[in-house]
Design a protein around this ligand. Structure first.
Ligand SMILES: Cc1cc2nc3c(=O)[nH]c(=O)nc-3n(C[C@H](O)[C@H](O)[C@H](O)COP(=O)(O)O)c2cc1C
Length: 329
């Protein structure tokens, strides 16, 4: 783990109430998948190039026509008000200052209209009330969201022993819980209602990625929800290459889960990701230092990525190609 992230984790553990710390840290079931996530990136081995001009390293990229300084993005996590009084407003400020992009959770502590300051996407769940699902996404589009990230891995909430003392959904209005009957049709419904590109989050298989794209998705996020849904789900580091091969440039592939250093990011990009999302590290950063903490976290991993790119002989993200990693499959 990058030292900035470990310091923020330690500070977050000091300042957060214990039930909140546990809610953030927790995974489903025996916590096998959450426990495996970080180490799965450590299995990847790099094949650096020599004598390339790496005097200037560019970590910039375009996502749906928006220029970002870094492929390290802020992922959607619920209820930032538990981490910091300014909640998602601080997260959005810190993310924008780092030249990154925020994926705002639909379980945000703040109304979505209050949050945006920089480029952002809206994360949607399929709620039992389908009309409410679409209305929320339309509100997000009106407030300037550049894409919808449809979380597809949550037909039911996973069983998370660590989260038993935080009841986020106790006050939720009827119809706002997840709809287990949702199918691929919701991709096109969201796209048509908002006019925005829709990425499906939670994809771990090539055939699912293909099905989502055929149903109208513009991209996918390889994710196991930070190990909080199906315990024993495959690590994202292991699932990524298959998904990226099937998508084959038809749209962006993002990945999250256990990404804690610039080399984790470099490995993810070499395995076929266009960008990565941070979940828990952003919550620690927010608790430890508010907007400045979030900016520091994103900058630390971006600088660390640039250092890794230099030593690997890749001066731009376009040069972080699949030949940079050893093939296991
Ligand atoms: C406390 C917490 C809340 C989360 N809330 C959401 C959410 O509202 N929507 C969603 O799509 N994913 C949610 N996730 C999953 C994250 O988007 C992401 O997939 C995961 O945390 C990435 O792994 P990492 O925490 O190891 O970086 C949540 C994760 C955590 C830890």
């Amino acid at each position: 783990m990058h030292p900035v992230l470990s310091a923020q984790l330690a500070e977050a553990a000091r300042v957060l109430p214990e039930p909140v710390r546990q809610y953030y840290a927790g995974g489903a079931g025996d916590q096998l998948t959450v426990g495996e996530a970080e180490q799965a990136w450590w299995q990847v081995r790099l094949r650096p190039r020599v004598l390339r001009d790496v005097s200037r390293i560019d970590t910039g990229l375009d996502l749906f026509g928006v220029r970002l300084k870094t492929p390290v993005l802020t992922g959607p996590t619920a209820a930032h008000g538990l981490a910091h009084p300014d909640g998602e407003i601080a997260t959005a400020r810190g993310t924008a200052s780092a030249g990154s992009l925020l994926v705002l959770s639909s379980r945000s502590s703040r109304p979505l209209e209050q949050v945006p300051v920089g480029p952002w996407w809206f994360q949607a769940y399929v709620l039992c009330d389908r009309q409410l699902t679409l209305e929320l996404a339309v509100r997000a589009a009106a407030a300037g969201a550049g894409a919808v990230v449809l979380t597809g891995d949550t037909p039911y909430l996973g069983d998370r022993p660590g989260a038993t003392r935080i009841d986020l959904h106790g006050a939720a209005p009827p119809g706002s819980e997840q709809d287990p009957s949702a199918g691929l049709e919701v991709i096109d419904q969201l796209r048509t209602a908002t006019g925005l590109p829709v990425l499906v989050k939670g994809v771990l298989r090539g055939d699912d990625a293909d099905a989502c794209l055929s149903a109208g998705a513009a991209g996918v996020v390889v994710s196991n929800h930070g190990g909080r849904q199906l315990d024993r789900a495959v690590a994202t580091a292991a699932a990524l290459a298959e998904v990226a091969a099937v998508v084959a440039g038809r749209g962006p592939v993002l990945v999250d889960g256990g990404i804690r250093s610039g080399l984790d990011v470099l490995c993810a990009l070499a395995l076929g990701a266009d960008a990565v999302l941070l979940g828990r590290p952003i919550l620690w950063a927010l608790a430890a230092g508010g907007a400045a903490g979030v900016e520091q976290c994103l900058r630390a991993l971006t600088d660390d990525l640039a250092a890794g790119m230099g030593l690997a002989g890749a001066s731009s993200l376009a040069r972080v190609t699949s030949d940079l990693v050893e093939r296991h499959h």
